[in-house]
Design a binder for this molecule. Structure first.
Ligand code: IPE
Ligand code: IPE
Ligand code: MG
Length: 246
């Protein structure tokens, strides 16, 4: 089995993003309620953060709740929010100990008050941390993000702050939730689904995609290592030829 030592050192992804999928099916397989899967998924998230810390990964972004996930049964949505609050409360000390800075993307203004309060507290208490930046995507949808950016930029054009000819990729990027994050290098999705589900559309333009047919609660450090090892063996050409790179 792969260990962290197999991949340490050079050519690590700077920014890993994960679509943590399969909690519900994992629970169903065990004859349990979907919620049981979400509760178990938290442990995987915690361990993944710790593995990334050990590897000195700079950015880890976790798809935690999408703009579309509000359509789920109210009990499931409420439980997910409660799990978020209790996990943040419980893991603050893990973040502090590991020099992790908490960040969010998505419109968190629509989250329950107690979730906003907990997020604000953990972000405040970790804001000076210089290790891993852990970004939770909460009420995040890439199309909503792009819509919001277009609205803001259009407002600036209207008020003569920006002229249309000057709108470039940097300006667009600066108006996204991810303005302070680098592009994603490696995107992992668990559960066997091969889709993006409205996650980071702009930011994954040149990400390496990695799909694994393991439900999120079963995702272990060796799976992460395998994903990174796979990434390290790919040639990222960014439109160039292989010869140009060498
Ligand atoms: C991912 O697991 C967690 C969230 C989307 C919040 P799912 O709940 O989507 O689990 P499956 O995909 O139904 O198995
Ligand atoms: C994506 O998973 C959202 C999160 C992991 C938070 P979903 O389970 O919601 O995606 P779909 O519905 O299968 O595309
Ligand atoms: Mg799912």
């Amino acid at each position: 089995m792969n260990t962290l030592d197999d991949i340490k050192g050079s050519n690590l992804p700077r920014h890993i993003a994960i679509i943590m999928d399969g909690n519900g099916r994992w629970a169903k397989q065990k004859g349990k309620l979907r919620i049981f899967g979400h509760e178990n998924g938290v442990g995987t998230a915690k361990r993944t953060v710790e593995s990334c810390v050990k590897l000195n990964i700079e950015y880890l972004t976790l798809y935690t709740f999408s703009t579309e996930n509000w359509k789920r049964p109210k009990l499931e949505v409420d439980t997910l929010m409660n799990i978020l609050v209790s996990s943040l409360r419980k893991e603050l000390k893990t973040f502090v100990k590991n020099n992790v800075r908490l960040n969010t993307i998505g419109d968190i203004s629509l989250l329950p008050k107690k979730a906003k309060r907990e997020l604000a507290e953990v972000m405040e208490k970790t804001k000076e941390n210089k290790g891993l930046t852990l970004t939770l995507a909460l009420n995040y949808g890439a199309r909503e993000e792009l819509k919001k950016a277009v609205q803001t930029i259009a407002g600036k054009v209207k008020n003569n702050i920006i002229s249309p000819e000057n709108i470039d990729e940097t300006i667009i990027n600066n108006h996204l939730y991810t303005h302070n994050l680098p592009d994603v290098d490696l995107l992992i999705r668990t559960s066997g689904e091969h889709r993006i589900s409205n996650f980071l559309l702009w930011q994954i333009a040149y990400a390496e995609l990695y799909f694994i047919a393991v439900f999120w609660p079963d995702f272990r450090e060796h799976h992460l290592v395998e994903a990174i090892k796979n990434y390290q063996n790919r040639e990222r050409r960014f439109g160039k030829t292989s010869e140009q790179l060498n």
